[in-house]
Ligand binder design. Sequence first.
Ligand code: NDP
Length: 281
Amino acid sequence: MATIIDGNAVAAVVRERAAREAGELLARGVRPCLAVVLVGDDPASASYVRMKERDCEAVGIESRDHRLAGSTTQADLDALIDRLNGDPSVHGILVQMPLPKHLDAESVIERIAPAKDVDGFHPESLGLLVRGLPGFRACTPAGVMEMLKAYGIDPTGMRAVVVGRSVIVGKPMALMLMETNATVTVCHSRTRDLAAVCREADLLVAAIGRPKMITAEYVKPGAVVIDVGINRTGEGMVGDVDFAGVEPVASAISPVPGGVGPMTRAMLMVNTVAAAAGAAG
Ligand code: NDP
């Protein structure tokens, strides 16, 4: 029987820590503030934004809602980002992705002032991660690292396999695991014999976006399995890991829902409080 890695429980502890730090800042006259930008009316995005705003309230962060019509132009969105960049009362800027297709997400990410890049997607933040220097870390992989720490799982010397090489999850995840002394392999859609590579992993991270793709045959007995996937299917939200099949094989496993998802949100709070602390000096 695997240990179930409870993301909700770890996220609650992380949020409490962020709330304490937010309280200390408030005592110094600084109220951490996150500007949340939502373009269009995608229901999943709207629900993510609502959850983030609830988290802000719980932690003592002011959230400022900027809802723009789906027809918003690039110039209007750019102008809003510029305004938020220049507003000293705003410490973090979050632009909910995906943006409508006519908008250039890459240029929006690059437009956000690096000091307010609480999502950790700006090239400067990613560069700092590559260099092993302090900076904003992408929330999802940072959340995975916090979960591992909370369960006493030290990646040092482990053979880690990350399936997925996106800029928001797979790549920064691999770098963070490398930074904590794992030996890391990154897999993707062109990897040959994926199951065999995954079976070598002491620590397997699935960030693919394919419901229940990682079955027991991909998992070495006793491995730690982290499921980043969020897939909405007829049977509700499921991860990239076939939980029922893999749980008996793994030593520890994160569920979906209740695993990495809550951690991602908690790390956004951590980054926002850190941004406010940075601005407060
Ligand atoms: P992307 O679509 O950007 O990347 C998916 C990666 O998986 C790509 O590198 C792709 O390879 C690889 N891949 C796709 N199919 C296969 C396959 N058959 N075999 C091996 N590799 C494959 O997704 P994201 O990284 O943004 O997200 C991954 C998952 O994590 C999604 O389910 C997403 O919803 C979820 N997610 C969850 C978060 C959370 O808070 N829990 C936050 C962010 C994402 P290639 O590069 O070759 O195309």
